[in-house]
Design a protein around this ligand. Structure first.
Ligand code: IMP
Ligand code: MG
Length: 183
């Protein structure tokens, strides 16, 4: 694949993601089974889409899905969040499971959680494919975590650098020269 020349190393393989998504989906199914509130998965565009697609195959519940687009990053630098696309669903009284590609500083997800609780959600939980604990700047943790990774910039399986590399079927570390030259 042409992208490979820009990838320093593969951190999480496609097979590992499949296995983990199945485990998480089954855990979620068990945890929410029997709860009376409607469960709505809210996926944050665009990075979480491949993970959402894999995860929902393993959630054996009557779920709904909606999307939000929140921007938090310009290049590799964190900035304030901005809501680009809001939910189309009225979430009053619903249980929300936020689906995120990666939690780094935690600012994006914390802000989205606050917004959804303000809109009247019964509860908001988080499932994240990747977690970078060293990057954390605010107090927030996912309820369901795929993989813990070190504080490196990663791409693939939905994650991008300047909108590129989302289609890689694995999560990998981008070579420094691929982003430092543009900053
Ligand atoms: P946070 O607000 O710092 O937790 O940022 C989370 C968002 O930043 C994620 O949804 C990603 O879109 C983006 N992000 C954080 N780390 C990375 C990375 O290593 N590669 C690609 N995107 C990242
Ligand atoms: Mg994101």
């Amino acid at each position: 694949m042409w992208e490979n020349k820009d990838i320093k190393k593969i951190l999480v393989s496609e097979e590992q993601i499949k296995v983990r998504a199945k485990e998480l989906g089954e855990q979620i199914t068990e945890d929410y089974r029997g709860r009376p509130e409607q469960l709505l998965l809210v996926a944050l565009l665009r990075g979480s889409v491949p993970f959402l697609a894999e995860l929902i195959k393993h959630i054996d519940l009557d779920i709904q899905v909606d999307f939000m687009d929140v921007s938090s990053y310009q290049g590799t630098k964190s900035t304030d969040i901005r809501i680009i696309k809001d939910l189309d669903t009225s979430i009053q009284g619903m249980n929300i499971l936020l689906v995120e590609d990666i939690i780094d500083t935690g600012k994006t997800i914390k802000e989205v959680c606050r917004t959804l609780m303000n809109k009247g959600a019964n509860e908001v939980r988080i499932v994240a494919l990747l977690n970078k604990p060293e990057g954390r700047q605010v107090d927030v943790e996912a309820d369901y975590n795929g993989f813990e990774i070190e504080n490196e910039f990663v791409v693939g399986y939905g994650l991008d650098f300047n909108q590129r590399y989302r289609c890689l079927p694995y999560v990998g570390v981008l070579k420094e020269e691929c982003y430092t030259v543009k900053e």
